[in-house]
Design a protein around this ligand. Sequence first.
Ligand code: NAD
Length: 507
Amino acid sequence: MSSFESNQQAAREFLQPFADSVTAHFINGERVVPRATETFDNLTPTDNSSLGRVAAGSAEDVNAACEAAENAFPDWRDMPGQQRKKLLHHFADKIEARAEEIALVESMDCGQPIRFMQQAAIRGAANFRFFADRAPEARNGLSLHQDEHTNYTLRTAIGPVAVITPWNTPFMLATWKIAPALAAGCTVVHKPAELSPLSAMLLADISREAGLPPGVWNTVNGFGEVAGRTLTEHPAIKAVALVGETATGSHIMRQGADTLKRMHFELGGKNPVLVFDDADFERALDAVVFMIYSLNGQRCTSSSRLLVQSGIRDRFIAALEKRVKALQVGHPLDPATEVGPLVHTGHFDKVMSYMDIAREDGATIAVGGTRREDLGKGNYISPTLFTGADNSMRIAREEIFGPVLTVIDFETEQEAVQIANDTPYGLSAYAWTSDTGRAMRLARDIETGMLWINSENNRNLPSPFGGIKMSGIGRDGGDYSFDFYMETKNVCIAHDRHTVPVLGRPA
Ligand code: NAD
């Protein structure tokens, strides 16, 4: 049996429970299927057949989850950090034990190739271990001395929090947001994306297996308009961590306004990669291809605008065309697949609509631009390369979120910076150059939350992750995550020597 066939067989077994019963909610330590509940079909992008029914969570369901999170909060907050650390490491052990199941279910649910999803499951466990190790010290703030006073800060968990995640890499993103919340001492209500809910239920099950007390982890499935909205308006929820589209961030900010929720948004991007004449040609080429065509281009930090300097432009584009034509499009469970199907027919139609937009704007579709009819009923698209574009075109301004790259050329460093910054977004940027001084100037001048120089998207868990402009508010990673999920209290203690001003004492 080929490894593709054995993946398919294993996936069928792992997916059977989702076909047998409705995927509903996880509240107060139990899987819950409400009696009166609306459900919807969860389709696999591989052929748009149903993987099972999913509950569209109601306001009542969300209220029950928020209540459970609120009740569980004081004990979880006060649990010694060492004990939380142990539980969260145990959680990571359980993820590793089920890594194959997670990867296969995730691939079938959201269409991401198995070669990337295996990695995502392992990274999910690493996220838990990283924050588990920091749990015992999370409450420690700064100590600041003055001559006659000592100030020190204490941090305490902010309360129950909402974590709302998208469909592109659901498992990895959920762990990235939830692990620090739990390590900080917050309880969680998670609302996964309606288009890819399955790995979130595996996580909820793992939370029980790992021994998290009931109510510490809750999951409510459903749509943004009802489940998401109720969650972000609920008075028990003290903070909302969203990964999603920019427009969703605006909605949630309005929804949370009455209860003054703290917000952390990781939103969309239209990230540039700048390739200068003096770049290491082959490494830059590898990175350019990887950073837009991996994960089906459904990646927030994908470099979807290639800015290439005129001296190497023709040679670089010719090499790029060859690579894009050679990309292996196919079933996500096939280990040879490099680009899988897009998550949903609606998203597929959106991505395909940019082919006409590109033509209307006067760009050239140098590679791709068509549906892969030969691959059947799934949402398969041929990886696409637009050339002859300028930065005013919609294909250069709007987040397409698919395996689609727009190429724009430039002459000078100054022009490259101007084009890179001419966007409402500011999530990430990439630059390839062998000139150190230029690298330093780019680091100063490019308006972005994250910049990788001579590197693809390398992640370091203590480093800040997040965007500026319309790409987000706040940072994840290391202590940045704790700052979001915790309140800081300053305590000022006098050394008993300073002069207290005297009022009203008779002379
Ligand atoms: P989306 O904004 O449509 O949905 C994200 C989540 O928000 C879903 O769970 C959805 O149900 C929920 N939601 C929608 N409306 C809501 C509302 N009114 N109230 C509460 N919740 C609501 O995003 P998507 O299409 O699932 O994901 C793709 C987007 O996510 C892209 O824009 C991508 O760039 C972005 N993303 C950003 C990052 C990052 O780190 N910056 C990472 C991954 C994805």
